[in-house]
Design a protein around this ligand. Structure first.
Ligand code: DGY
Length: 337
């Protein structure tokens, strides 16, 4: 292990994270902390990881063979401050015997709360109402002003029925919604009964749902899962919510569908790329609500994510099993090199 003077392991921390985790990292390592608000540019990132024992990365930092080569063979752990890890080439880390950690569980309810908030906002046209008032158009109470569908008793389609999808279903039950789900690993009949959901094919979910919320991981199979063909299967009154990853939706197809009334509205917490350009055609559409990837952004949740990211990093540096590894198979293999 490469040790700085004082014997503490060297780590690169790619952004300031909440104190709940940062304090421990700074106390127990020789940390190079990137303090800018923006992520380190690629060349800077490659330079800063040289010779470190651990990297605490964010979803904005690509961890791939190039970065692992730049870091060097002493690298013992990559800890991602996120539950998603599509920014990391996990097989590349596994090949080198490097465990990768993420932060599952602690942001589940917070993200589901936010997905439901986006759903409510888009369906009940809250951003449009706010824009209307700000623009000075509000002259009187209008019997036909900004009408939208009801959320209660509507049918919600949940694509991806993992932890967050299940929490979304609970929230939907509070609104007496019918909940359809689709997942690559469908819930059993008993689970469906217990959770009050019905598993259906993806096409049936698209056709029957009034609102559709995406909760899948980004993989080659889910990239552009929502394309022109999928949108065409939805109801013209459908509202699409995405809090998963931007590339799950083909945004060109979405903009076209919203413009032509193929579906009614969309609410996106995640976009492709991030950040979305202010010139993006979606931002010109009143029926598209976009926010800057903030579904897990509560004080408590980000604090817990920081604790978990620190715990993973420090365990990896000590050569212990990470509390939440995404590649546990790394422990079954003899470390390469
Ligand atoms: C994650 O953790 O993957 C979210 O997208 C950010 O909290």
């Amino acid at each position: 292990m490469s040790r700085a003077s004082g014997g503490r392991p060297r780590v690169f921390v790619a952004r300031r994270i909440p104190d709940e985790g940062l304090t421990r990292v700074l106390a127990e390592t020789d940390a190079d902390l990137w303090t800018d608000a923006l992520p380190p540019p690629r060349d800077e990132l490659l330079r800063r990881v040289r010779g470190v024992d651990g990297v605490l990365s964010l979803l904005t930092d690509r961890v791939d063979d190039e970065l692992l080569d730049a870091a060097g063979p002493q690298l013992r752990v990559v800890s991602n401050f996120a539950v998603g890890f599509d920014n990391i080439d996990v097989p590349a880390c596994t090949r080198r015997g490097i465990p990768v950690g993420n932060t599952p569980g602690v942001l589940t309810e917070t993200t589901a709360d936010f997905a439901f908030a986006l759903l409510m906002a888009a369906v009940r046209r809250i951003p449009e109402g706010h824009d209307y008032v700000r623009a000075g158009h509000w002259k009187t109470w209008g019997p036909m002003l900004l009408l939208g569908p009801d959320v209660h008793h509507a049918t919600l389609g949940i694509v991806g029925f993992g932890r967050i999808g299940k929490e979304m279903a609970k929230r939907a039950h509070g609104f007496d919604m019918t909940v359809l789900v689709h997942d690559a690993y469908p819930p059993s009949a008993e689970e469906q009964a217990a959770l009050g959901v019905t598993a259906v094919s993806q096409d049936e979910l698209f056709a029957r749902s009034d609102m559709i919320s995406l909760h899948v991981n980004l993989t080659p199979d889910t990239r552009h899962l929502i394309d022109a063909a999928a949108l065409a299967r939805m109801k013209p009154t459908a509202v699409l919510v995405n809090t998963s990853r931007g590339p799950v939706v083909d945004q060109v197809a979405l903009a076209d569908a919203l413009r032509r009334g193929v579906i009614a509205a969309a609410a996106l917490d995640v976009t492709d790329p991030e950040p979305m350009s202010p010139d993006d055609p979606l931002l010109a559409l009143p029926t598209c609500l976009v926010v800057p990837h903030i579904a897990s952004a509560t004080h408590a949740t980000r604090g817990k994510m920081a604790q978990m990211a620190a715990a993973n990093l420090l365990a990896g540096l000590r050569g212990e099993r990470l509390p939440t590894p995404v590649n546990p198979e790394v422990y079954d293999r003899s470390r390469a090199g």
